[in-house]
Write a protein that binds this ligand. Structure first.
Ligand SMILES: [Zn+2]
Length: 297
């Protein structure tokens, strides 16, 4: 069958980078519709029209929800992530998804790229070291994410407000604002203390981003307006965390500290570049599955 209307004038190179499924549990069919199927449809279409396609993704395996769920299951985070990665890969293979690369954020290669990016920003003066107030589990010393802290809403008095917001009155909250803060699902106390972290100096890129967005008059007006408003209010954001599961901070005094890691959101943004930098394997479901082994460099 020849398509006379949609011939590709020259062989295009197309990178398809679907969202990375989070490995804190198996993904259900609704998730797959969101992260895998649209990319797979596009990949198949582009291959049919003769483009050179690289569809790259993998499982996202760091962050507190992983350690939280691993603790609940009584196993180490690594074992928990291995288990969910295997389940997710098996489901995607059996669904016939045609990833060229499907890897993980726990590979040595991913650690190296994340640390390189961190060091480049550090050397460029874009990382600011400062103290912030952190919430910790008093028993284990582990950091507690806002949404794992509950207490009474200081605004409306709702007894089960979360550390990030109150579902009753809709106000955004800080965990320190809660009355009688405790851990979700138990009465375990929350300890607040000063902790040192690196912050990414996002405002340093504000003008550059603004100019870049303004150039794009092809964007939908509401998206462009939202993006401009967003970069106008940029604030430095923490890129390290008090956590024992994640990519080590590659600086003296930090590297060997078992309880300081690079924050998962920062390691997450490096993923697409990294997976795209590897040599793709043939796009068959049986072959890409082999690239998911934990020993993948
Ligand atoms: Zn409230």
């Amino acid at each position: 069958m020849t398509d006379t209307f949609h011939q590709v004038p020259e062989r295009r190179t197309v990178l398809i980078a679907p969202a990375w499924p989070y490995a804190n549990g198996p993904r259900h069919i609704g998730h797959v519709v969101g992260f895998a199927v649209p990319g797979d449809v596009l990949a198949r279409f582009e291959r049919l029209r003769g483009s050179r396609v690289l569809m790259a993704s993998g499982t996202d395996e760091h962050g507190t929800p992983i350690t939280y769920e691993a603790d609940k299951n009584g196993i180490p985070p690594r074992e928990f992530a291995d288990r969910n990665n295997a389940l997710i890969v098996d489901d995607l293979v059996r669904l016939g998804m045609t990833y060229d690369i499907f890897t993980r954020t726990t590979t040595a290669n991913h650690y190296r790229v994340t640390q390189d990016l961190f060091l480049k920003l550090y050397e460029g003066g874009y990382l600011i070291e400062k103290k912030q107030l952190g919430a910790f589990d008093a028993a284990t010393g582990r950091t507690l994410p806002d949404r794992y802290i509950e207490g009474k809403c200081p605004i409306c008095g709702y007894p089960e407000a979360r550390g990030d917001q109150c579902d009753n009155c809709g106000n955004q909250l800080d965990p320190i604002d809660l009355i009688n803060p405790h851990q979700r699902g138990s009465d375990a106390p929350v300890e607040f203390r000063d902790t040192e972290h690196f912050f990414f100096d996002l405002p340093a890129f504000g003008e550059q981003l603004k100019a870049w967005i303004e150039e794009h008059d092809d964007w939908r007006p509401n998206v462009r307006k939202y993006s401009l408003e967003f970069v106008r209010n940029l604030k430095p954001r923490a890129i390290t965390r008090d956590l024992d599961w994640g990519v080590p901070v590659p600086l003296p005094g930090w590297e060997d500290n078992p309880s300081k890691k690079i924050y998962v959101w920062f390691d997450a943004v490096t993923r697409r570049g990294r997976s795209g930098g590897r040599t793709p394997r043939a796009g068959t479901t049986t072959r890409w599955a082999k690239t998911t082994s934990p020993s993948t460099p």
